[in-house]
Design a protein around this ligand. Structure first.
Ligand code: GDP
Ligand code: IMO
Ligand code: MG
Length: 438
Protein backbone atom coordinates (compact mmCIF):
# COMPACT_ATOMS: atom_id res chain seq x y z
CA UNK A 1 0.00 0.00 0.00
CA UNK A 2 2.95 2.31 0.69
CA UNK A 3 4.80 3.42 -2.43
CA UNK A 4 6.84 6.33 -3.74
CA UNK A 5 3.67 8.39 -3.91
CA UNK A 6 1.99 7.03 -0.76
CA UNK A 7 3.82 8.08 2.40
CA UNK A 8 1.01 8.67 4.82
CA UNK A 9 -1.89 6.31 5.22
CA UNK A 10 -4.83 6.46 7.63
CA UNK A 11 -6.57 3.25 8.73
CA UNK A 12 -10.09 3.83 10.05
CA UNK A 13 -12.98 1.70 11.19
CA UNK A 14 -15.89 2.19 8.78
CA UNK A 15 -18.65 0.62 10.90
CA UNK A 16 -19.14 0.61 14.71
CA UNK A 17 -15.62 -0.43 15.74
CA UNK A 18 -13.95 -3.84 16.11
CA UNK A 19 -13.68 -4.22 12.34
CA UNK A 20 -10.19 -5.72 12.56
CA UNK A 21 -8.19 -2.47 12.43
CA UNK A 22 -5.51 -3.98 14.68
CA UNK A 23 -4.92 -6.84 12.27
CA UNK A 24 -4.74 -4.55 9.21
CA UNK A 25 -2.47 -2.05 10.93
CA UNK A 26 -0.19 -4.90 11.95
CA UNK A 27 -0.09 -6.21 8.38
CA UNK A 28 0.65 -2.77 6.93
CA UNK A 29 3.04 -1.67 9.68
CA UNK A 30 5.72 -3.91 8.26
CA UNK A 31 6.39 -1.16 5.71
CA UNK A 32 5.89 1.80 8.06
CA UNK A 33 8.54 3.78 9.90
CA UNK A 34 6.07 5.38 12.32
CA UNK A 35 2.63 4.22 13.48
CA UNK A 36 0.56 6.73 15.48
CA UNK A 37 -2.79 6.65 17.26
CA UNK A 38 -4.69 9.93 16.85
CA UNK A 39 -7.80 9.68 19.06
CA UNK A 40 -9.67 7.61 21.59
CA UNK A 41 -8.07 5.98 24.57
CA UNK A 42 -8.14 2.67 26.38
CA UNK A 43 -11.74 2.17 25.24
CA UNK A 44 -10.13 0.62 22.13
CA UNK A 45 -9.18 -3.03 22.00
CA UNK A 46 -7.09 -3.92 18.96
CA UNK A 47 -6.26 -7.58 18.58
CA UNK A 48 -3.18 -8.75 16.74
CA UNK A 49 -2.25 -12.37 16.21
CA UNK A 50 1.42 -13.05 15.63
CA UNK A 51 2.01 -16.76 15.11
CA UNK A 52 0.18 -18.39 17.99
CA UNK A 53 0.43 -15.33 20.21
CA UNK A 54 -2.48 -12.95 20.67
CA UNK A 55 -1.88 -9.35 21.73
CA UNK A 56 -4.71 -7.02 22.71
CA UNK A 57 -3.63 -3.40 22.55
CA UNK A 58 -5.68 -0.64 24.13
CA UNK A 59 -3.40 2.38 23.79
CA UNK A 60 -0.14 1.39 22.15
CA UNK A 61 -0.32 1.37 18.33
CA UNK A 62 -0.55 -2.01 16.65
CA UNK A 63 2.81 -1.38 14.92
CA UNK A 64 4.67 -2.20 18.15
CA UNK A 65 5.04 -5.87 17.26
CA UNK A 66 7.65 -5.17 14.58
CA UNK A 67 11.07 -4.60 16.10
CA UNK A 68 11.95 -1.28 14.48
CA UNK A 69 8.68 0.63 14.11
CA UNK A 70 8.38 3.83 16.12
CA UNK A 71 4.97 4.10 17.80
CA UNK A 72 3.38 7.36 18.89
CA UNK A 73 0.33 8.41 20.90
CA UNK A 74 -0.75 11.71 19.37
CA UNK A 75 -2.21 14.80 21.00
CA UNK A 76 -5.76 13.64 20.19
CA UNK A 77 -5.48 10.51 22.34
CA UNK A 78 -6.64 10.54 25.97
CA UNK A 79 -4.10 8.53 27.91
CA UNK A 80 -4.82 6.50 31.00
CA UNK A 81 -1.29 6.31 32.42
CA UNK A 82 -1.91 3.20 34.52
CA UNK A 83 -3.32 1.27 31.59
CA UNK A 84 -0.37 2.43 29.51
CA UNK A 85 2.08 1.27 32.20
CA UNK A 86 0.34 -2.10 32.40
CA UNK A 87 0.36 -2.48 28.63
CA UNK A 88 4.07 -1.64 28.42
CA UNK A 89 4.84 -4.10 31.19
CA UNK A 90 2.79 -6.79 29.47
CA UNK A 91 4.62 -6.30 26.18
CA UNK A 92 8.04 -6.28 27.83
CA UNK A 93 7.09 -9.45 29.68
CA UNK A 94 6.42 -11.07 26.32
CA UNK A 95 9.81 -10.11 24.95
CA UNK A 96 8.90 -6.94 23.03
CA UNK A 97 11.69 -4.39 23.25
CA UNK A 98 10.16 -0.94 23.73
CA UNK A 99 13.46 0.92 24.14
CA UNK A 100 13.23 4.25 22.27
CA UNK A 101 10.24 3.02 20.29
CA UNK A 102 7.37 4.68 22.09
CA UNK A 103 6.54 8.40 22.18
CA UNK A 104 3.73 10.30 23.84
CA UNK A 105 2.53 13.76 22.87
CA UNK A 106 3.10 16.40 25.54
CA UNK A 107 -0.23 17.81 24.38
CA UNK A 108 -2.16 14.59 25.04
CA UNK A 109 -4.66 14.75 27.91
CA UNK A 110 -4.62 12.30 30.79
CA UNK A 111 -7.52 10.11 31.83
CA UNK A 112 -7.49 10.37 35.61
CA UNK A 113 -9.08 7.98 38.14
CA UNK A 114 -11.90 10.50 38.72
CA UNK A 115 -12.78 10.38 35.01
CA UNK A 116 -13.41 6.65 35.30
CA UNK A 117 -15.48 7.14 38.44
CA UNK A 118 -17.55 9.83 36.70
CA UNK A 119 -18.03 7.73 33.57
CA UNK A 120 -19.28 4.75 35.56
CA UNK A 121 -21.45 6.81 37.93
CA UNK A 122 -23.06 8.67 35.04
CA UNK A 123 -23.78 5.45 33.17
CA UNK A 124 -25.32 3.81 36.25
CA UNK A 125 -27.50 6.84 36.87
CA UNK A 126 -29.08 6.68 33.41
CA UNK A 127 -32.24 4.63 33.06
CA UNK A 128 -31.85 1.60 30.82
CA UNK A 129 -33.22 3.29 27.67
CA UNK A 130 -30.74 6.12 27.92
CA UNK A 131 -27.59 4.18 28.74
CA UNK A 132 -24.89 4.62 26.10
CA UNK A 133 -23.15 1.43 27.14
CA UNK A 134 -19.74 3.08 27.45
CA UNK A 135 -16.64 1.03 28.15
CA UNK A 136 -16.38 2.72 31.57
CA UNK A 137 -12.82 3.83 30.80
CA UNK A 138 -13.40 7.52 31.60
CA UNK A 139 -13.27 8.60 27.95
CA UNK A 140 -16.25 10.99 27.89
CA UNK A 141 -15.30 12.85 31.10
CA UNK A 142 -11.65 13.17 29.99
CA UNK A 143 -12.63 14.69 26.65
CA UNK A 144 -15.15 16.91 28.41
CA UNK A 145 -12.38 18.36 30.60
CA UNK A 146 -10.19 18.82 27.53
CA UNK A 147 -12.87 20.75 25.65
CA UNK A 148 -13.76 22.74 28.77
CA UNK A 149 -10.05 23.71 28.98
CA UNK A 150 -9.57 22.29 32.46
CA UNK A 151 -7.79 19.03 31.52
CA UNK A 152 -4.38 17.78 32.61
CA UNK A 153 -1.87 17.32 29.78
CA UNK A 154 1.20 15.11 29.76
CA UNK A 155 3.45 18.18 29.54
CA UNK A 156 1.88 19.65 32.70
CA UNK A 157 3.45 16.90 34.78
CA UNK A 158 6.81 18.66 34.62
CA UNK A 159 5.27 21.40 36.77
CA UNK A 160 4.19 20.07 40.14
CA UNK A 161 2.32 23.19 41.16
CA UNK A 162 0.30 23.28 37.95
CA UNK A 163 -0.49 19.57 38.20
CA UNK A 164 -1.80 20.03 41.74
CA UNK A 165 -3.95 23.01 40.76
CA UNK A 166 -5.53 21.18 37.83
CA UNK A 167 -6.14 18.00 39.86
CA UNK A 168 -7.68 19.91 42.77
CA UNK A 169 -9.98 21.93 40.51
CA UNK A 170 -10.98 18.82 38.56
CA UNK A 171 -11.74 16.83 41.72
CA UNK A 172 -13.79 19.70 43.10
CA UNK A 173 -15.84 19.84 39.88
CA UNK A 174 -16.15 16.03 39.73
CA UNK A 175 -17.45 15.94 43.31
CA UNK A 176 -20.17 18.43 42.41
CA UNK A 177 -21.50 15.81 40.02
CA UNK A 178 -20.67 12.74 42.14
CA UNK A 179 -22.56 14.11 45.13
CA UNK A 180 -25.74 13.88 43.09
CA UNK A 181 -24.99 10.39 41.81
CA UNK A 182 -23.81 8.22 44.67
CA UNK A 183 -21.22 7.53 47.34
CA UNK A 184 -17.94 7.73 45.47
CA UNK A 185 -15.84 10.90 45.66
CA UNK A 186 -12.78 12.13 43.81
CA UNK A 187 -9.82 12.61 46.15
CA UNK A 188 -7.12 15.04 44.98
CA UNK A 189 -4.50 13.71 47.41
CA UNK A 190 -5.05 10.13 46.25
CA UNK A 191 -4.90 11.27 42.60
CA UNK A 192 -1.60 13.12 43.23
CA UNK A 193 -0.17 10.05 44.91
CA UNK A 194 -1.25 7.82 42.06
CA UNK A 195 0.37 10.22 39.60
CA UNK A 196 3.66 9.86 41.48
CA UNK A 197 3.91 6.27 40.33
CA UNK A 198 3.67 7.18 36.62
CA UNK A 199 5.04 10.74 36.35
CA UNK A 200 8.62 9.75 35.52
CA UNK A 201 7.49 7.17 32.97
CA UNK A 202 5.20 9.66 31.21
CA UNK A 203 7.79 12.44 31.13
CA UNK A 204 10.32 10.00 29.80
CA UNK A 205 8.03 9.15 26.86
CA UNK A 206 6.88 12.76 26.34
CA UNK A 207 7.80 14.36 23.05
CA UNK A 208 6.46 16.60 20.30
CA UNK A 209 4.82 13.87 18.24
CA UNK A 210 3.54 16.31 15.58
CA UNK A 211 7.03 17.62 14.96
CA UNK A 212 8.36 14.09 14.79
CA UNK A 213 5.75 13.08 12.22
CA UNK A 214 6.26 16.17 10.09
CA UNK A 215 10.03 15.79 10.03
CA UNK A 216 9.72 12.03 9.53
CA UNK A 217 7.52 12.53 6.48
CA UNK A 218 9.77 15.27 5.11
CA UNK A 219 12.70 12.86 5.37
CA UNK A 220 10.85 10.25 3.30
CA UNK A 221 9.48 8.14 6.18
CA UNK A 222 6.28 6.12 5.92
CA UNK A 223 3.56 6.94 8.39
CA UNK A 224 0.50 4.96 9.34
CA UNK A 225 -2.20 6.67 11.40
CA UNK A 226 -4.25 4.13 13.33
CA UNK A 227 -7.87 4.99 14.06
CA UNK A 228 -9.80 3.59 16.97
CA UNK A 229 -13.56 2.92 17.14
CA UNK A 230 -15.40 3.51 13.86
CA UNK A 231 -17.14 6.12 11.71
CA UNK A 232 -20.56 5.44 13.23
CA UNK A 233 -19.12 6.11 16.70
CA UNK A 234 -17.68 9.48 15.64
CA UNK A 235 -18.74 12.35 17.91
CA UNK A 236 -20.04 14.37 14.92
CA UNK A 237 -20.82 11.85 12.22
CA UNK A 238 -21.88 8.85 14.29
CA UNK A 239 -25.21 7.81 15.75
CA UNK A 240 -25.22 10.59 18.35
CA UNK A 241 -25.60 10.37 21.33
CA UNK A 242 -24.68 6.66 21.06
CA UNK A 243 -21.11 7.50 20.09
CA UNK A 244 -17.70 7.90 21.64
CA UNK A 245 -16.32 11.35 22.46
CA UNK A 246 -13.69 11.80 19.75
CA UNK A 247 -13.32 12.36 16.00
CA UNK A 248 -12.79 8.82 14.82
CA UNK A 249 -12.97 9.69 11.12
CA UNK A 250 -10.03 10.51 8.87
CA UNK A 251 -10.52 14.25 9.37
CA UNK A 252 -9.64 13.70 13.02
CA UNK A 253 -6.37 12.03 12.08
CA UNK A 254 -4.57 15.19 10.95
CA UNK A 255 -5.76 17.21 13.95
CA UNK A 256 -5.09 14.31 16.32
CA UNK A 257 -1.40 14.07 15.48
CA UNK A 258 -0.55 17.58 14.32
CA UNK A 259 0.01 17.27 10.58
CA UNK A 260 -1.85 19.02 7.78
CA UNK A 261 -4.57 17.06 5.94
CA UNK A 262 -2.64 17.61 2.69
CA UNK A 263 0.02 15.19 3.95
CA UNK A 264 -2.44 12.28 4.00
CA UNK A 265 -2.27 10.23 0.80
CA UNK A 266 -4.69 7.34 1.36
CA UNK A 267 -7.52 6.41 3.71
CA UNK A 268 -8.20 2.71 4.17
CA UNK A 269 -11.58 1.82 5.70
CA UNK A 270 -11.77 -1.49 7.53
CA UNK A 271 -15.13 -3.31 7.52
CA UNK A 272 -16.30 -6.74 8.57
CA UNK A 273 -18.04 -8.86 5.95
CA UNK A 274 -21.03 -8.40 8.27
CA UNK A 275 -21.66 -5.83 11.05
CA UNK A 276 -21.29 -5.70 14.82
CA UNK A 277 -21.91 -3.13 17.47
CA UNK A 278 -21.13 -3.21 21.18
CA UNK A 279 -23.03 -0.84 23.43
CA UNK A 280 -26.39 0.77 22.77
CA UNK A 281 -27.83 2.62 19.80
CA UNK A 282 -29.41 1.79 16.47
CA UNK A 283 -28.19 -1.11 14.33
CA UNK A 284 -30.62 -1.44 11.41
CA UNK A 285 -29.44 -4.86 10.16
CA UNK A 286 -29.28 -6.38 13.66
CA UNK A 287 -29.97 -10.11 13.94
CA UNK A 288 -31.68 -11.67 16.90
CA UNK A 289 -32.19 -15.16 18.29
CA UNK A 290 -30.46 -18.16 16.77
CA UNK A 291 -28.99 -16.33 13.77
CA UNK A 292 -27.37 -13.75 16.06
CA UNK A 293 -25.97 -16.47 18.33
CA UNK A 294 -24.55 -18.31 15.34
CA UNK A 295 -22.75 -15.24 13.94
CA UNK A 296 -21.55 -14.19 17.40
CA UNK A 297 -20.23 -17.65 18.10
CA UNK A 298 -18.56 -18.15 14.69
CA UNK A 299 -17.01 -14.66 14.75
CA UNK A 300 -15.97 -14.81 18.42
CA UNK A 301 -17.87 -11.56 18.83
CA UNK A 302 -17.11 -10.59 22.40
CA UNK A 303 -15.55 -7.21 23.22
CA UNK A 304 -11.73 -7.09 23.38
CA UNK A 305 -11.93 -4.41 26.10
CA UNK A 306 -14.99 -5.27 28.18
CA UNK A 307 -15.78 -8.87 27.19
CA UNK A 308 -19.37 -7.84 26.44
CA UNK A 309 -21.18 -9.82 23.72
CA UNK A 310 -21.25 -7.83 20.49
CA UNK A 311 -24.53 -7.33 18.65
CA UNK A 312 -24.24 -8.91 15.19
CA UNK A 313 -26.04 -8.01 11.97
CA UNK A 314 -25.75 -8.34 8.21
CA UNK A 315 -23.41 -6.13 6.20
CA UNK A 316 -24.98 -2.72 5.77
CA UNK A 317 -23.83 -0.94 2.61
CA UNK A 318 -25.74 2.21 3.68
CA UNK A 319 -23.33 2.50 6.60
CA UNK A 320 -20.19 1.84 4.58
CA UNK A 321 -21.23 4.19 1.76
CA UNK A 322 -21.75 6.89 4.36
CA UNK A 323 -18.44 6.07 6.06
CA UNK A 324 -16.82 6.26 2.63
CA UNK A 325 -18.11 9.78 2.25
CA UNK A 326 -17.29 11.18 5.67
CA UNK A 327 -13.80 9.65 5.64
CA UNK A 328 -12.96 10.13 1.97
CA UNK A 329 -12.09 6.42 1.86
CA UNK A 330 -9.77 5.50 -0.98
CA UNK A 331 -10.04 1.75 -0.37
CA UNK A 332 -11.63 -0.93 1.80
CA UNK A 333 -10.33 -3.92 3.69
CA UNK A 334 -13.05 -6.54 4.21
CA UNK A 335 -12.30 -8.75 7.22
CA UNK A 336 -13.74 -11.94 8.68
CA UNK A 337 -15.02 -13.26 5.37
CA UNK A 338 -14.29 -16.75 6.75
CA UNK A 339 -16.90 -16.24 9.48
CA UNK A 340 -19.59 -16.46 6.77
CA UNK A 341 -18.16 -19.71 5.32
CA UNK A 342 -20.91 -21.98 6.60
CA UNK A 343 -23.94 -19.80 5.83
CA UNK A 344 -26.41 -21.08 3.23
CA UNK A 345 -27.56 -17.55 2.47
CA UNK A 346 -25.94 -14.21 3.14
CA UNK A 347 -27.80 -10.94 3.14
CA UNK A 348 -26.60 -7.40 2.74
CA UNK A 349 -28.56 -4.19 3.06
CA UNK A 350 -28.42 -1.99 -0.01
CA UNK A 351 -30.92 0.70 1.02
CA UNK A 352 -33.33 1.79 3.75
CA UNK A 353 -37.06 2.43 3.62
CA UNK A 354 -39.20 4.41 5.97
CA UNK A 355 -42.98 4.11 5.74
CA UNK A 356 -42.64 2.61 2.28
CA UNK A 357 -40.36 5.32 0.86
CA UNK A 358 -36.68 4.98 0.08
CA UNK A 359 -34.44 7.07 2.34
CA UNK A 360 -31.90 9.35 0.69
CA UNK A 361 -28.73 10.35 2.56
CA UNK A 362 -27.79 8.43 5.69
CA UNK A 363 -30.16 9.54 8.50
CA UNK A 364 -28.75 12.07 10.95
CA UNK A 365 -31.33 11.17 13.60
CA UNK A 366 -31.13 8.03 15.69
CA UNK A 367 -34.92 8.06 16.05
CA UNK A 368 -35.23 7.66 12.30
CA UNK A 369 -32.40 5.14 12.07
CA UNK A 370 -34.15 3.03 14.72
CA UNK A 371 -37.25 2.91 12.54
CA UNK A 372 -35.91 2.32 9.03
CA UNK A 373 -36.40 -1.02 7.30
CA UNK A 374 -33.31 -2.28 5.50
CA UNK A 375 -33.74 -3.37 1.89
CA UNK A 376 -31.80 -6.60 1.50
CA UNK A 377 -30.10 -8.38 -1.35
CA UNK A 378 -29.61 -12.09 -0.79
CA UNK A 379 -26.51 -13.97 -1.92
CA UNK A 380 -25.93 -17.66 -2.11
CA UNK A 381 -23.39 -18.84 0.48
CA UNK A 382 -20.20 -20.66 -0.59
CA UNK A 383 -20.29 -23.22 2.24
CA UNK A 384 -16.64 -24.07 2.07
CA UNK A 385 -13.64 -22.78 4.00
CA UNK A 386 -11.94 -19.62 2.71
CA UNK A 387 -9.25 -19.49 5.42
CA UNK A 388 -6.66 -21.12 3.16
CA UNK A 389 -7.34 -18.78 0.21
CA UNK A 390 -4.44 -16.48 -0.63
CA UNK A 391 -5.61 -14.94 -3.88
CA UNK A 392 -8.79 -13.64 -5.48
CA UNK A 393 -8.80 -16.60 -7.85
CA UNK A 394 -8.72 -19.09 -4.98
CA UNK A 395 -11.89 -17.67 -3.41
CA UNK A 396 -15.10 -19.58 -4.18
CA UNK A 397 -17.25 -18.01 -6.93
CA UNK A 398 -20.08 -17.13 -4.53
CA UNK A 399 -17.63 -15.33 -2.22
CA UNK A 400 -16.27 -13.33 -5.14
CA UNK A 401 -19.76 -12.44 -6.20
CA UNK A 402 -20.62 -11.33 -2.64
CA UNK A 403 -17.48 -9.18 -2.42
CA UNK A 404 -18.21 -7.58 -5.81
CA UNK A 405 -21.63 -6.65 -4.48
CA UNK A 406 -20.15 -5.30 -1.22
CA UNK A 407 -17.80 -3.12 -3.25
CA UNK A 408 -20.42 -1.94 -5.74
CA UNK A 409 -22.96 -1.03 -3.04
CA UNK A 410 -20.37 0.60 -0.79
CA UNK A 411 -18.85 2.56 -3.68
CA UNK A 412 -15.29 2.06 -2.40
CA UNK A 413 -12.75 -0.30 -4.06
CA UNK A 414 -11.74 -3.36 -2.02
CA UNK A 415 -7.98 -3.63 -1.58
CA UNK A 416 -7.67 -6.35 1.08
CA UNK A 417 -9.76 -9.36 2.04
CA UNK A 418 -9.03 -10.99 5.38
CA UNK A 419 -9.89 -14.66 5.77
CA UNK A 420 -8.49 -15.30 9.25
CA UNK A 421 -6.93 -13.49 12.19
CA UNK A 422 -3.32 -14.33 11.25
CA UNK A 423 -1.07 -12.05 9.21
CA UNK A 424 -0.77 -14.51 6.35
CA UNK A 425 -4.55 -14.95 6.13
CA UNK A 426 -4.82 -11.83 4.01
CA UNK A 427 -5.55 -11.46 0.30
CA UNK A 428 -3.93 -8.38 -1.22
CA UNK A 429 -5.58 -6.97 -4.31
CA UNK A 430 -4.47 -4.21 -6.64
CA UNK A 431 -5.67 -0.62 -6.47
CA UNK A 432 -8.53 -1.09 -8.93
CA UNK A 433 -10.87 -3.03 -6.61
CA UNK A 434 -12.62 -6.32 -7.30
CA UNK A 435 -15.24 -5.00 -9.76
CA UNK A 436 -12.75 -5.30 -12.60
CA UNK A 437 -11.91 -8.91 -11.72
CA UNK A 438 -13.67 -12.01 -12.94
P1 GDP B 1 -10.31 -3.73 16.09
O1 GDP B 1 -10.79 -3.09 17.35
O2 GDP B 1 -10.87 -3.09 14.87
O3 GDP B 1 -8.81 -3.84 16.03
O4 GDP B 1 -10.88 -5.22 16.11
P2 GDP B 1 -10.89 -6.23 17.38
O5 GDP B 1 -9.52 -6.69 17.62
O6 GDP B 1 -11.64 -5.63 18.50
O7 GDP B 1 -11.83 -7.38 16.81
C1 GDP B 1 -11.52 -8.08 15.66
C2 GDP B 1 -11.38 -9.57 16.01
O8 GDP B 1 -11.43 -10.34 14.83
C3 GDP B 1 -10.05 -9.93 16.65
O9 GDP B 1 -10.26 -10.97 17.55
C4 GDP B 1 -9.19 -10.38 15.48
O10 GDP B 1 -8.18 -11.29 15.84
C5 GDP B 1 -10.22 -11.06 14.64
N1 GDP B 1 -9.99 -11.04 13.18
C6 GDP B 1 -9.48 -10.04 12.43
N2 GDP B 1 -9.54 -10.37 11.12
C7 GDP B 1 -10.11 -11.59 11.05
C8 GDP B 1 -10.50 -12.45 9.99
O11 GDP B 1 -10.34 -12.14 8.81
N3 GDP B 1 -11.09 -13.63 10.32
C9 GDP B 1 -11.32 -14.00 11.61
N4 GDP B 1 -11.91 -15.16 11.84
N5 GDP B 1 -10.96 -13.21 12.65
C10 GDP B 1 -10.39 -12.02 12.37
P1 IMO C 1 -12.10 -0.33 18.86
O1 IMO C 1 -10.99 0.67 18.63
C1 IMO C 1 -16.35 -0.90 19.58
C2 IMO C 1 -18.34 2.07 22.11
C3 IMO C 1 -18.84 1.66 23.47
C4 IMO C 1 -20.06 2.56 23.58
C5 IMO C 1 -19.58 3.85 22.93
C6 IMO C 1 -19.08 4.91 23.91
O2 IMO C 1 -11.66 -1.58 19.52
O3 IMO C 1 -12.87 -0.55 17.60
P2 IMO C 1 -16.85 5.12 25.36
O4 IMO C 1 -16.27 4.23 26.40
O5 IMO C 1 -15.96 5.35 24.19
O6 IMO C 1 -17.38 6.40 25.91
O7 IMO C 1 -18.16 4.32 24.81
O8 IMO C 1 -18.52 3.48 22.06
N1 IMO C 1 -16.90 1.81 21.86
C7 IMO C 1 -16.44 0.86 21.04
N2 IMO C 1 -17.11 -0.10 20.34
N3 IMO C 1 -15.01 -0.79 19.46
C8 IMO C 1 -14.33 0.18 20.14
O9 IMO C 1 -13.02 0.40 19.95
C9 IMO C 1 -15.05 1.02 21.00
N4 IMO C 1 -14.70 2.03 21.83
C10 IMO C 1 -15.85 2.53 22.33
O10 IMO C 1 -19.19 0.30 23.49
O11 IMO C 1 -21.10 2.07 22.79
MG1 MG D 1 -11.73 -3.59 19.14
Amino acid sequence: MFSESVRCLVVVGAQWGDEGKGKLVDVLAEQATIVARYQGGANAGHTVLVGEEEFILHLIPSGILYPRTRCLLGNGVVVDPWTLAEEMEGLRGRGIDLGGRLGLSKRAHLVMPYHRVLDQAQESSRDSENKIGTTGRGIGPAYRDKVARVGLRVGDLADDQRTREVVEAACHAANGTLERLGDERADPEAAMEQLDSVRAMLLDLATDTGHELRTGLAAGGRVLLEGAQGALLDIDHGTYPYVTSSSTTAGGAAAGVGIGPTLIDEVLGVVKAYTTRVGNGPLPTELTGGEADRLRHLGGEFGATTGRPRRPGWFDANVVRYAGGVNGLTSLAVTKLDVLDSFEEIRLATGYEFEGDAIGPFPDSVELLERVTPVYATHEGWQTSTTGCRSWEELPGQARSYLRRVEAESAVPIRYVSVGAARRETIRLGAGGVGIRT
